[in-house]
Write a protein that binds this ligand. Structure first.
Ligand code: IMP
Length: 181
């Protein structure tokens, strides 16, 4: 079974992702030139964006990983659980949280509060995708946004449906019948 056959349409191609991520990496490189930068990857969805973005940033950055869970299949419970918190000190360091997609903003709002308590010198957010029409929490303001997308459930480039489709190299929309299985 080829996963590409379960995709109704490609929303963002591999080439477009590559080009936009290179632009964001270049902007971050300029903005953080003389700064001690820690990039935080939110597992699991941000893994592809995080890897592609960080390898294009030409600064000596440090990696950290954090895991929160709020989604089950294609619906949100509105409940955010932090399953893993940073183990390195973020005090007086410049931090960027790397997110795959901001939907309601509830997940990131909870994570932002935890990181703020660690007293970083600065805290910014980058998200590959943004669905502003779905926002419920307005305290989350991403500085570096890849693409603004319509209110559609998307998969690929790290994003899953029921833990699958993360390995697609592009962002796509699943065929409706897949949700019904
Ligand atoms: P929020 O708390 O509603 O902003 O949800 C953020 C998290 O929900 C993201 O990090 C994703 O893991 C997941 N999510 C939201 N929208 C989608 C989608 O369209 N496809 C796959 N996962 C999504």
């Amino acid at each position: 079974m080829d996963i590409n056959n379960n995709i109704e349409k490609v929303l963002i191609t591999e080439d477009a992702l590559d080009k936009r991520i290179a632009e964001l990496a270049s902007q971050i490189t300029t903005d953080y030139m003389e700064k001690d930068l820690v990039m935080i990857c939110l597992l699991k969805g941000s893994i592809s964006y995080f890897a592609h973005l960080c390898e294009k940033i030409t600064l000596p950055i440090e990696y950290e990983f954090l895991r929160a869970s709020s989604y089950h299949g294609a619906t949100t419970t509105g409940e955010v659980k932090l399953l893993h918190v940073p183990t390195i000190s973020l005090k007086n360091r410049h931090v960027i949280i790397v997110e795959d997609i901001i939907d309601t903003g509830l997940t990131l709002a909870a994570i932002q509060k935890v990181i703020e308590q660690m007293e970083p010198a600065s805290l910014e957010i980058t998200t590959l995708l943004d669905k502003p029409s779905r926002r419920l929490d307005y305290t989350v303001i991403p500085k570096y946004v890849g693409f603004i997308i319509p209110d559609e459930f998307v998969v690929g480039f790290g994003l899953d449906y029921d833990e699958k489709y993360r390995n697609l190299p592009y962002i796509g929309v699943l065929k409706k019948e897949i949700y019904k299985k």
